[in-house]
Design a protein. Structure first.
Length: 209
């Protein structure tokens, strides 16, 4: 994510290595040492990240951020993009390739100008930068209640069973693998669907694209 006080906010999705798009199947692939692997649509990822960030800022600003300009772009740092239009929703103006890296400052300014409409949008300004920092770089500390520590209880044990969700992430693959409810004694707990009103929001790094 990039922010400029004179323009707005950009979200970038980077895909390294050689990249291939199968128009018939509507699928993207990356080609590397391990061969060809499917990846997510980079343009859709960048666009969705921009949309989610905009919603987060609107909530934080409580309705005062409608005029903030948001844009997105895709970066293919290891390739050369010859076509002026890769797809109708992916013009060359929103794609950065290997040759653009040599004039990255200029290309980023071009991107901001591409998305920023002075007739309808206001510059982000320093207040907007501060808002972004408060939303995305919010420092916090979570303390374990002394009552729980002294009693030798975990938070999961202390909460009512109906309010507890347990999420286990696989560290080696960095993928969310299991969501279970603690709806039975510890000796008989087994994976089950998450509670209907239990939702988890993540900014997830997916090594598979």
């Amino acid at each position: 994510m990039l922010a400029h006080p004179d323009f707005g906010v950009l979200t970038l999705e980077v895909k390294g290595g050689s990249v291939r798009y199968d128009a018939r199947a509507g699928r993207w692939f990356t080609i590397g040492r391990q061969g060809e692997e499917p990846i997510k649509d980079p343009n859709a990822q960048a666009r969705r990240a921009s949309h989610l960030l905009g919603k987060a800022l609107l909530r934080a600003k409580r309705g005062g951020g409608e005029r903030i300009s948001f844009g997105h772009a895709v970066v293919f740092p290891d390739t050369r993009v010859e076509a002026r239009l890769l797809r109708p929703d992916l013009p060359r103006e929103v794609v950065i390739d290997h040759r653009d890296l040599g004039r990255l400052d200029e290309r980023l300014k071009d991107l901001f100008r591409y998305w920023f409409d002075r007739a309808e949008k206001a510059p982000l300004g320093q207040d907007g930068i501060a808002l972004l920092e408060s939303v995305l770089a919010n420092a916090f500390e979570l303390r374990a209640p002394l009552a729980y520590e002294s009693a030798g209880m975990t938070v999961a044990q202390a909460l009512p069973i109906s309010q507890v969700c347990y999420v286990r992430a696989a560290i080696d693959s960095r993928r969310l693998t299991t969501c279970t409810t603690l709806d039975s004694p510890a000796s008989t707990r087994s994976p089950s669907p998450p509670l209907p009103n239990c939702r988890f929001l993540y900014w997830v790094h997916d090594r598979h694209g």
